[in-house]
Design a protein around this ligand. Sequence first.
Ligand code: BTN
Length: 274
Amino acid sequence: MSESKDVLSEEVIRSLLKNDNETVVLSEIDSTNEEIKRRVRDEKKKDFVIISDMQTGGKGRRGRGFFSPAGTGIYMSILFCPDDKNASDLILVTTAAAVAVAHAIGEVCGKDAKIKWVNDVYLNDRKICGILTESVNDPETGRIKYVICGIGINVKKPKEIPDDIKDIIGYIYDDTNDINASRNEIAAAVINQLQLYYDRLPDRSFLKEYKERSMVIGKSISFGSPAKIAGVPDDDWEKAKAVDIDDEGGLVVECLDGSVRTLHTGEITLRLDS
Ligand code: BTN
């Protein structure tokens, strides 16, 4: 596919969507998650998607940034207004999004993406997608008012990659000759798939595919709290075998002493051991 054909387009993406979610494509923004929050506050939006060709302040988990150069990725945020959903279902939006991205890449690009618990999508052992889900509570009821699911997908290899991530991140297409789908097609497929899983959050049906795509289940792992392990020796990581994903998206592990624990997102850094 030529570069000129791979321009993100509101019109093309909307024509590929199965619902009539309002979709806006921007050429540049600080962060699509932040832009959704601003628009939801000012314009009372519902069912809204923002996609940007680049981000100047892309946000990752744990206060990190997310490398978001122009012309090579998809940076998008999807707004859900979960009037009819419980908090216990909404905690699975990130999990559902990881499956949606991996599924869409299979469907549109014909590539078998894997998921590293909890929400990173990998191809050929390199991270090609990160997901940052944020929620806003209604101050009066305390219930979740909005969920903003931010998804960053590395589609093509940019010319320059920062040194600190160049050995970690990958791309759907490493080789430009290999490109068989546009960013518009990939973005629309992810939105369609995530909407489907979102509607079915209570029945957890997407967890079956999550487990099939897991690059962690059945593997030896090490885990630790991010604060504890920062810069400390290997011995301080706890070793275990990953055995399952539970209905809340927790990772069930069997520790060396035979005890079984469930790890929850946010409190754990996980490493795959060979
Ligand atoms: C991570 O891997 O740490 C999560 C990265 C999430 C990046 C996406 S890109 C679109 C959306 N806007 C942001 O600022 N972040 C998310």
